[in-house]
Design a protein around this ligand. Structure first.
Ligand SMILES: [Fe+2]
Length: 276
């Protein structure tokens, strides 16, 4: 199974630039084209939050129209720039998978693929930090308990770990320790995938791999100094591709080009190209 992870697209209305600089809609268009061109084709696309920049219905509408040509299902969760309510209204088919009413958190499980996907809503209305809450953690524990044999991937927006980028670390997942306790009980969890930090980061969490996916538009600056001011760079746009095989996940960073290539290593006589 091949799982694409797109995150932090921050879509705005046409003509509006994120932070006055970034044409995020155009970047999403390129990411969607890349997803369509990938071979083999990913089975699913996870969108780990911040689909929109300002949680406006029209921004969700634009996200949907820019991704409408994708042949694979899209499974989103809200980030701090979105809201549970906004995402439910824009994705009724996702709202139907989650329990609760129109303002409830969008926690849901996707059962129909080789890897069981547990999608967690870490958004807190009007706040930049994330929190799952006791009820959602109990729900997660129960969901993991009913399928102990099924390889499972957990996706959420806010990383439950520090990255060293201080202005982001102060707005990560508040109840990370409680989440780690739940995950530790369930060996079938292959790993966790997050967004929020707009750059590729890898660590471990409850003994499992935990990654932050890179962004298809602006990257949060790699500023590890204690007093570094919040800023972003226009680094190469990218997404994660998580390949599940032989019981393991291998996570690739897939840059969204165009880039030169492919160039062959070997010529028609199976000799290394350029060898003297
Ligand atoms: Fe973001």
């Amino acid at each position: 199974m091949l799982i694409a992870q797109l995150t932090d697209t921050h879509v705005r209305l046409p003509g509006r630039l994120a932070y006055g600089v970034v044409d995020t809609g155009a970047y999403l268009e390129r990411a969607a084209a890349r997803l369509r061109a990938l071979s083999p084709r990913p089975d699913v696309v996870l969108v780990t939050g911040d689909l929109t920049d300002f949680d406006k219905p029209e921004e969700y509408g634009r996200f949907r129209s820019l991704t409408a040509q994708l042949p694979m299902p899209i499974y989103p969760v809200p980030g701090n720039h979105d809201s549970s309510t906004g995402l439910r209204a824009a994705f009724p088919e996702i709202a139907a998978r989650a329990s609760g009413g129109p303002d409830s958190k969008v926690n849901y499980v996707v059962e129909e693929h080789a890897v069981r996907l547990v999608m967690l809503d870490s958004s807190v209305r009007g706040k930049p930090h994330g929190e799952l809450g006791r009820r959602a953690l109990a729900w997660l524990d129960g969901q993991l308990a009913v399928a102990p044999e099924r390889p499972t991937l957990i996706a959420l927006h806010h990383p439950p770990f520090l990255t060293g980028i201080r202005h982001m670390d102060v707005q990560n997942l508040a109840d990370a320790a409680a989440l780690e306790e739940v995950v530790a009980k369930h060996p079938q969890v292959l790993g966790l995938v997050c967004g929020h930090v707009h750059r590729a980061v890898t660590t471990s969490f409850a003994g499992r791999p935990a990654t932050i996916g890179p962004a298809p538009a602006h990257a949060v600056s790699l500023a590890l100094g204690p007093d570094a001011p919040p800023s972003f760079h226009m680094e190469p746009p990218a997404m994660s591709l998580h390949r599940f095989a032989d019981g393991r996940l291998a996570t690739h960073t897939s840059f969204i080009g165009p880039y030169d290539g492919p160039y062959p290593f070997f010529d028609a006589h199976n000799r290394l190209v350029g060898e003297d």
